[in-house]
Design a protein around this ligand. Structure first.
Ligand code: NAD
Length: 490
């Protein structure tokens, strides 16, 4: 879609109205593939955020939203249908502001996430909010118990820029389905994927004022209000582990429920009986979307006995990997989202070189406009080194040799992260035995896919707290109440 036809919404959504920032300020939205300014967006202030929190609080306390799942399902379905109607617009926005490759928009960025909203509409209606526990005897009398799940209250939703529309949907969907009211604070790099959702909500749904608020801001700290304000009951955050720690800290004085989806450094383990010719080249998929995916496998663990064979296969795969203009269908890697991110990735690459790892392919930036980084393959990487331990969030694969299956598991688990991973073997039982020992929230065996709207997704260790998606994902937004009642049959 041509730039002039993007027509994204540039206002925030507060208390049912699309509004400019209260001080009239805006900030630029820049295309990372060209470095051109796409347009601007309301630069939400702290006062705007406070107004959004107030609106969400009032909508939760004073409307029937929390108690009317059928109405919630209707509104979420309208949101789903609105996104379907504006799908091409949303696709153009995500490609332009996030540098997402158009070929990837079907699965991760646009079509699949929109379908997820339908799941949340159905879940709002079908979830059993009230069930009965078995009767109990206490001091000679029988007692019944109702187990009720009720919305937590006002949910602060904070999202990053890497898969912006998906991540906004992955939070707005279950938050609204549960009966919470919400304030969404998107990343400043990708504001339109959120503000446009706001316009769809206003123009195409019956969502009552205050139920969904969206405040874009160039100031990260505007989001901090969501973790400090006593009127907010829950913070649902996706982003870096460093910010996750800060949010937990800020939420502690009011003891908010905190739900965190954080970083990763996932290991792709090839056991020595794996079909290397078939599997190793897929290691180049580390570069997909510029490596800007929390669950991408960024460490490849190869058995020492077949190590050089693997590195040679990877070299060929990296050299023939297509990257560049995200609007070209052959490319699966576009730019990093910002100059800052490009700089960060390049600094990690320099650190890797200094710490003695071998650059097999890439290692710099191409001479072209846009915040691109070359697909970069490092071999002979010390598992304790910075590039093997820290999340780079760039198109960089580190290859590490191991001695035997136990050693592979030990290296995979030698990380502060525990988000995802993969194991490959000709022997399924052997692969599964390794998979069961890797301490991560998801894992792929022999290339099979775990990602789906009904699969709980989240991390062990410092990759997060809680699970997104699926029924467990809905339950993050629910409180639990037990009501003692007369026993059944009485
Ligand atoms: P980030 O932590 O810098 O920012 C994420 C969001 O938090 C942005 O909206 C930002 O404005 C906001 N923010 C920053 N400081 C804040 C504060 N003090 N209080 C409240 N909000 C604040 O992360 P990023 O660079 O935008 O995203 C990349 C990170 O996200 C990576 O680490 C990646 O692994 C992670 N991520 C995790 C998942 C997952 O599901 N586990 C998914 C996608 C991305």
């Amino acid at each position: 879609m041509a730039l002039e036809k993007l027509a994204p919404e540039t206002r925030n959504l507060i208390d049912g109205k699309l509004v400019p920032a209260s001080n009239g300020n805006t900030f630029d939205n820049v295309n990372p593939a060209t470095e051109e300014v796409l347009g601007s967006v309301a630069d939400g202030t702290k006062d705007d955020m406070l107004a959004a929190v107030e609106a969400a609080r009032r909508a939760f306390d004073e409307s029937d939203w929390a108690n009317d799942p059928a109405f919630r399902a209707k509104c979420i379905r309208q949101l789903y249908e609105g996104m379907l109607a504006e799908k091409e617009q949303l696709r153009a926005i995500v490609v332009a502001e996030a540098g997402a490759c158009v070929t990837l928009t079907g699965f991760m960025h646009v079509d699949n996430p929109i379908e997820m909203m339908k799941y949340w509409a159905d879940k709002a209606a079908s979830y059993e909010y009230e069930t009965r526990l078995s009767d109990i005897e206490f001091t000679g009398a029988m007692h019944g118990r109702l187990l009720r799940r009720e919305p937590v209250g006002v949910a602060g939703l904070i999202t990053p820029w890497n898969v912006p529309l998906y991540l906004n949907i992955a939070k707005v969907g279950p938050a609204l389905a549960s009966g919470c009211t919400a304030v969404l604070k998107p990343a400043p790099d990708t504001p339109w994927s959120a503000t446009h959702l706001g316009r769809i909500a206003v123009e195409r749904t019956d969502l009552p004022p205050g139920v969904l608020n969206i405040v874009a801001s160039s100031d990260h700290l505007t989001g901090e209000i969501l973790s400090t304000d006593p009127r907010v009951d829950l913070v649902s955050f996706t982003g870096s582990t460093a910010t996750g720690r800060r949010i937990m800290e800020c939420a502690s004085p009011t003891l908010k429920k905190v739900f965190l989806e954080l970083g990763g450094k996932s290991a792709n383990i090839l056991l020595d009986d794996a079909d290397f010719a078939k599997i190793v080249p897929s290691g180049a998929m580390t570069c997909v979307h510029g490596g800007q995916g929390c669950a991408i496998t960024t460490r490849m663990l190869l058995p020492r006995s077949r190590y050089e064979e693997g590195v040679v296969l990877l070299k060929t795969a990296f050299e023939s990997w297509n990257y560049g203009d995200p609007t070209e269908p052959q490319n699966l890697q576009g730019p990093q989202v910002s100059r800052l991110q490009q700089q960060r990735v390049l600094e990690y690459i320099e650190k890797g070189k200094k710490e003695g790892a071998r650059v097999v392919v890439g290692g710099g930036k191409p001479a072209r406009p846009g915040w691109f980084v070359e697909p970069t393959l490092f071999a002979d990487v010390d598992p304790k080194s910075t590039i093997a331990q820290e999340e780079i969030f760039g198109p960089v694969l580190v290859v590490i040799p191991y001695e035997d299956d136990d050693d592979a598991v030990r290296i995979a688990n030698d990380s502060i992260y525990g988000l995802s991973g993969a194991v490959h073997s000709a022997d399924l039982d052997r692969a599964l035995a390794v998979a069961r020992r890797v301490r991560t929230g998801t894992l792929s065996v022999n290339g099979h896919m775990w990602f789906h709207v009904d699969s709980p997704f989240g991390g062990y260790k410092q990759s997060g707290v809680g699970r997104e998606n699926g029924e467990m994902g809905l339950e993050e937004y629910l409180e639990t109440k037990v009501i003692a009642v007369p026993p059944q049959g009485n």
